[in-house]
Design a protein around this ligand. Structure first.
Ligand code: RIB
Ligand code: CA
Length: 313
């Protein structure tokens, strides 16, 4: 039985790979909708990009619904320096010929969760958690109805990527992240601690390009653009591939290791805003609230992504 999921996302080249891999895995993942959020780039771009992706995948029956255009209380911080002005720079995907579904993404989350049997819908969060937090605030009953939230965000051993203390998704809307970790919904966090090991080396990007389909070509082109910033920053043999860790965890959790721990979010400090304070060694009596993934099998991860992208047009 495929897991029913709603993506919440700010595409973003790495979001794109996560979404495409899920759309290429219909036996395991049923994508009920894609809700967009402002993050990597402003909301009009993330929505346009989500529409471009469902067209690329030949899956225009999957609705795209626009969500929040800014964080709960803070000014929006974006990441064009990584993703380019459009967020999918590197690819030459055409303008979407379809439109987003009318309505707000937060309402789509609430209505969809309420319309399905409790415990059957998961949220796959790939960007700032604004929509997720607002849905939980607007409809507290969905916390007990959600199967789980699998999110890319946070950092502990690898520290921050947008500041020395914080990972981007959490940094952009720390108040939203704090609401999510306090919600009681079963959480799986895929932080920089694992995504930094998932590096898009040249052979791995070449494997996407070598698939001979439009999706593989687009993925290789996108990653070849978005890698530039991280290669310069880290000096590694490949840029970390973040968001597809969420899809891969849903498809193949055995590829990952982690532990159930307490994670709290810093929201008060200007210096460490958005830091994920992960009690990995159990030094506090704070109750565990997340399965925090620490490591994964990079070769198997890329093989899985390539295998699923290969099934697309
Ligand atoms: O820190 C990495 C995260 O920030 C990823 O979700 C990437 O898409 C950006 O949103
Ligand atoms: Ca993202």
């Amino acid at each position: 039985m495929a897991e029913k999921v709603i993506f919440d996302t700010d595409p973003g080249q790495d979001d794109a790979v996560a979404i495409l891999a899920a759309l290429g895995s219909p036996a395991e993942i049923e994508v009920l909708g894609i809700v967009t959020v402002a993050g990597n780039i402003p909301i009009h771009h993330t929505t346009r990009n989500a529409l471009r992706l469902v067209e690329l995948a030949g899956r225009t029956e999957v609705p795209v619904i626009q969500g929040c255009d800014r964080p709960l209380v803070r000014r929006l911080v974006t990441a064009e320096h990584v993703h380019g002005q459009t967020g999918l720079d590197g690819s030459d995907l055409p303008e979407p010929s379809i439109a987003a579904r009318p309505g707000h993404g937060v309402d789509f989350i609430v209505e969809t969760v309420r319309a399905h049997e409790a415990g059957t819908i998961s949220l796959l969060a790939l960007g700032p958690l604004t929509n997720v937090a607002l849905a939980l605030q607007k409809a507290p009953d969905i916390a007990g109805r959600l199967k789980r939230i699998v999110l890319m965000g946070g950092a502990y051993f690898e520290v921050g990527n947008i500041t020395p203390a914080a990972e981007f998704n959490i940094y952009v809307d720390p108040e939203a992240a704090a609401m999510v970790v306090a919600s009681g919904v079963p959480l799986v966090m895929l932080p920089l601690d694992v995504t930094h090991a998932m590096r898009s080396t040249k052979p791995r990007i070449a494997a996407f390009a070598g698939l001979g389909n439009r999706a593989g070509e687009a993925v290789a082109a996108m990653l070849s653009f978005s890698e530039v910033y991280d290669l310069r920053k880290y000096g590694w043999d490949g840029a970390p591939l973040h968001d597809p860790c969420v899809t891969a965890y849903v498809l193949a959790p055995h590829l990952f290791e982690g532990r159930h721990i307490n994670v709290e979010i810093e929201t008060a400090s200007a210096l460490t805003r958005g830091m994920t304070v992960a009690d990995y060694w159990g030094v506090t009596d704070r109750a565990p609230n997340a399965f925090y993934v620490r490591s994964g099998d990079a070769d198997a991860f890329f093989a899985l992504l390539t295998e699923r992208i290969a099934t697309l047009p």
